[in-house]
Design a protein around this ligand. Structure first.
Ligand SMILES: Cc1cc2nc3c(=O)[nH]c(=O)nc-3n(C[C@H](O)[C@H](O)[C@H](O)COP(=O)(O)OP(=O)(O)OC[C@H]3O[C@@H](n4cnc5c(N)ncnc54)[C@H](O)[C@@H]3O)c2cc1C
Length: 536
């Protein structure tokens, strides 16, 4: 049975969701299908308040995203293994010790492939063995229809010692390539609502409701000191409250919604005095002076201060320049991504400075995560992605910093000085590349952002403070090892699980949706295989 309310919450008749071929997806952030979460004023970014877009529609953020299916460097995912493998007691504390699905590049890649149905594109070379071909999410590559990328950007990257990567999804994303998008051959978006849900909508044991919001988990008496859930409470748009019961509760509310439901249910940080227990090897708490549940009158069910912490987001700025003439076009899909590693992005002097800065952990960051960041840097894992945007009259690059060095929480987003420095360097790099290599394509004095008034290091730093945006890739607020165990069960509960991007403990340098689809695939297999009698 399927209970649908307003059609915009199903999204199926929203052309901006369906159509990936033009500029329509730019209309989605801030629209009625966005939760429109706002950050607190960012202290290190001119007190800006940033909108943290998340999809409020069937399919969640997969309905409103840019649909790029990328994967990080192999090293980024292999580091999960060393992070968790080194945690004493972790493996014996969980009952179902099936950590294998989330262990390293090989296991996570295998899960991603099981979600993917990749089709090769005529005229483009790809490596089929890197891709899945029978999963629900369809993806393929497209060459841009405008000539800026094919005739301008790609030759310019190659001329400046860059490389063209045959297929970035095999563990080395460095270089430039036509990135796959999650879409059917018709350029219609392929996402969780139409590719996972719709083919199964007729199942008798599946009921989907839209226009309702889960307000809390309902608890029974505890078993062996662990909280037992019997269902959830939810509210409709008229403010009426209902309940749904179940043997297992699986939260997939995303990086903001999942910790919110946990905290409303008494699972989280009750008071400042419990803050110290938040520090594990991997995770730190950003809200050093904030107690979450007690002031709101929420009784503590599980004292778990790491809930809502460890929020990591990728910052970005915008380089925009007017094109020289109407015969030069930048239309089509934003498909070509160029990934730079520390050694290709930074001068040797900047590399030394960055290396020195990295030796000191940001405040509160656990040693394991700190060592992981250093390893990513030393192994030359990609650190900046330059993404092109299909604005007909402009060349637009978004340099996205992939491995940020600051952490926040669901109530206090990250943006600390060291990250600002790296973001400023990548903004400078976007201009240098455009002005040195793309002159014939750009209008004279056509730079719109940052604008020619910005030229010194200090001015670039100020530009970043004033104009920084987000990559829309927040992760980590109910992380493995700190909030959930290896089987994705919330610590201190018998039968509550989290399956979404909030379980990712250490940020990989990529767009996250492919990994999150992979997590969904593995979690489904794992939960199906594990009998309810294991929920103790
Ligand atoms: C504008 C934008 C562009 C992006 N571009 C890309 C891209 O090109 N490539 C890429 O890989 N990634 C991209 N991403 C990121 C990617 O889409 C997300 O990381 C991913 O979809 C997150 O999946 P999730 O399951 O963790 O959460 P979500 O997809 O956000 O799903 C959470 C769901 O839970 C619902 N929910 C939350 N709270 C409640 C509650 N209390 N009761 C009931 N329901 C609730 C939400 O409405 C939503 O449907 C982009 C994201 C955005 C916003």
């Amino acid at each position: 049975k399927t209970t649908f309310g307003r059609s915009d919450t199903t999204g199926f008749d929203n052309p901006n969701i369906a159509n990936l071929s033009g500029l329509s997806i730019q209309a989605l952030p801030g629209s009625s299908v966005d939760w429109n979460y706002k950050s607190q004023p960012l202290r290190y970014a001119s007190n800006q308040t940033i909108t943290m877009t998340r999809g409020k529609v069937l399919g969640g953020s997969s309905a409103v995203n840019g649909a790029l299916l990328t994967r990080p460097n192999k090293i980024d995912l292999d580091l999960w293994e060393s992070a968790f493998g080194g945690m004493s007691g972790f493996k014996t504390r969980v009952k179902i010790i099936d950590f294998a699905p989330y262990r390293n590049w090989d296991t996570i890649s295998a899960s991603i492939k099981s979600a993917e149905h990749f089709s090769e594109t005529d005229g483009l070379t790809s490596t089929l063995s890197f891709h899945g071909t029978v999963g629900p999410i369809c993806d393929s590559q497209r060459t841009p229809t405008g000539n800026v990328w094919g005739q301008g950007v790609i030759p310019a990257v190659l001329a400046s010692n860059g490389k063209q990567n045959v297929d970035q999804n095999g563990g080395d994303p460095s270089g430039i390539w036509y990135t796959p998008k999650a879409m059917f051959p018709s350029s219609i978006r392929s996402y969780s609502a139409n590719s996972y849900y719709l083919p199964n909508a007729g199942r008798a044991n599946l009921q989907v409701m839209v226009d309702v919001t889960v307000s809390r988990i309902i608890w029974d008496t505890s078993l062996n000191g662990k909280a037992v859930a019997t269902g959830v409470e939810y509210i409709n748009t008229a403010g009426q409250t209902f309940t749904a019961s179940g043997d297992r509760i699986i939260l997939s509310g995303g990086v903001f919604g999942t910790p919110q439901v946990l905290e409303l249910s008494g699972v989280g940080n009750p008071a400042v005095s419990d803050f110290s227990s938040c520090h594990t090897n991997v995770i730190h708490c950003a809200r050093v002076n904030i107690e979450i549940m007690n002031p709101l009158g929420i009784s503590t069910v599980v004292d778990l201060p790491a809930v809502g912490e460890n929020l990591v987001e990728q910052p970005t700025t915008k380089y925009v320049a007017a094109l020289a003439s109407v015969s030069i076009t930048n239309s089509g899909l934003q498909l070509t991504l160029n990934f730079e590693s520390p050694r290709t992005l930074l001068t040797s002097e900047e590399w030394d400075t960055a290396h020195t800065l990295l030796q000191t952990a940001p405040p509160g960051l656990g040693d394991v995560a700190h060592q992981a960041l250093i390893a990513m840097f030393m192994n030359d894992s990609v650190i900046v992605e330059f993404m092109g945007f299909p604005n007909p009259a402009d060349l637009i690059f978004l340099p996205i910093l992939l491995h940020p060095m600051s952490w926040g929480s669901t109530s206090s987003p990250p943006m600390q000085p060291r990250r600002r420095h790296s973001t400023s360097r990548s903004a400078q790099r976007a201009r240098t590349f455009a002005t040195q290599s793309l002159v014939p394509f750009l209008a004279a004095a056509g730079e719109i952002s940052p604008g020619t008034a910005v030229s010194t290091d200090a001015q670039f730093e100020q530009f970043v403070k004033d104009a920084v945006g987000v990559g829309y890739h927040p992760l980590g607020t109910a992380a493995i090892a700190s909030v959930v165990d290896a089987d994705l069960r919330v610590q201190g509960t018998t039968n509550v699980f989290v399956v979404d991007g909030s379980i990712i403990p250490i940020k990989p340098g990529s767009h996250p949706s492919s990994i999150i689809y992979g997590i969904g695939e593995k979690a489904a297999a794992m939960l199906k295989a594990s009998p309810l009698s294991d929920d103790v």
